[in-house]
Ligand binder design. Structure first.
Ligand code: ZN
Length: 278
């Protein structure tokens, strides 16, 4: 599961540095050296000629200053470098570095999307000492984090796994998840989403853990819940298949190891469940 490493400290103010760790994003892609996916060195960063308005502090990681920057979608990578998707770093970076890269992406993405005021359209400028952008009209924009609930529904020794419509038949199944609507508590969202997606009612919600998930700026808040009533009835717009997996059942393909959904499922696996070969 991704979590902030203990050797990381957030910074909203840039500091002087000789050889910072640079997280330069072109859309959702990170600039890395080829072929080892190392972060670019000072010479490569210099070659990009990044304007100061596109560079933002992220924090200190393992005693090194980290900054995030964004470049235009037409920008070319310096020789020996390439832009690679954040997802392609999974399995190549350790979870600490992956977590910092995900954080840097959210900072860069927010900064790029808040160059102009959403209220009046004028240019925004960073607020000194804060992770915020301010307009002369008074509007202030902070990074947007979208809370989403995740819930693993349990019924006796069985767990409910579902396959989203975007996943091919036979593909990955996971716990239910969905974004909160304005005005909802996490618990409200769980009851609503479970009923909307699979037609069930649940009770006894128990908090499991939360995880920042940078695709693009989600905070996944995971629970377990006990089945209360109802029959499975999938919302065809969202869920292709949902079913109970109990003791001895062969499990489907599960979400990737770094995700909170995988941790939630692993912590609640039915006894003697049989893992898929993948
Ligand atoms: Zn404004």
């Amino acid at each position: 599961m991704l979590s902030t490493p203990p050797t990381f400290r957030s910074l909203a103010t840039p500091i002087a540095h000789d050889a910072p760790r640079a997280f330069v994003f072109r859309g959702g892609e990170l600039l890395v050296k080829e072929p080892d996916f190392a972060l670019p060195d000072a010479a490569a960063i210099k070659a990009l000629e990044l304007p100061g308005t596109q560079v933002f502090p992220v924090g200190i990681y393992e005693k090194e200053y980290c900054f995030a920057a964004w470049v235009a979608k037409e920008a070319a990578a310096p020789p020996g470098h390439a832009f690679r998707s954040l997802r392609s770093l999974f399995g190549r970076y350790d979870e600490g570095l992956l977590s910092v890269a995900g954080r840097a992406f959210q900072v860069a993405d927010w900064a790029r999307n808040h160059r102009f005021c959403g209220a009046c359209g004028k240019p925004m400028a960073p607020v000194t000492g804060e992770r915020a952008m301010r307009c002369e009209c008074g509007h202030v924009a902070y990074p947007r984090i979208a809370p989403a609930m995740m819930v693993l529904v349990k019924r006796g020794d069985a767990i409910l796994l579902a396959r989203n419509v975007v996943v091919a038949p036979g593909g990955r199944m996971s716990a239910l998840a969905g974004f909160l609507e304005p005005g909802e508590s996490v618990e409200d969202a769980i009851h609503r989403e479970v009923h909307e997606e699979v037609g069930l009612f649940v009770k006894d919600l128990r908090y499991f853990a939360s995880q920042s998930w940078p695709f693009p700026g989600s905070l996944m808040i995971a629970f377990t819940a006990e089945y209360s009533s109802g029959d499975i009835r999938c919302d065809p717009a969202e869920i292709a298949e949902a079913r109970w997996f109990g003791p001895g059942d062969k499990l489907p393909e599960l979400p990737p190891a770094q995700s909170i959904s995988r941790a939630l499922i692993e912590a609640n696996l039915p006894a003697r469940a049989v893992r898929a070969s993948a």
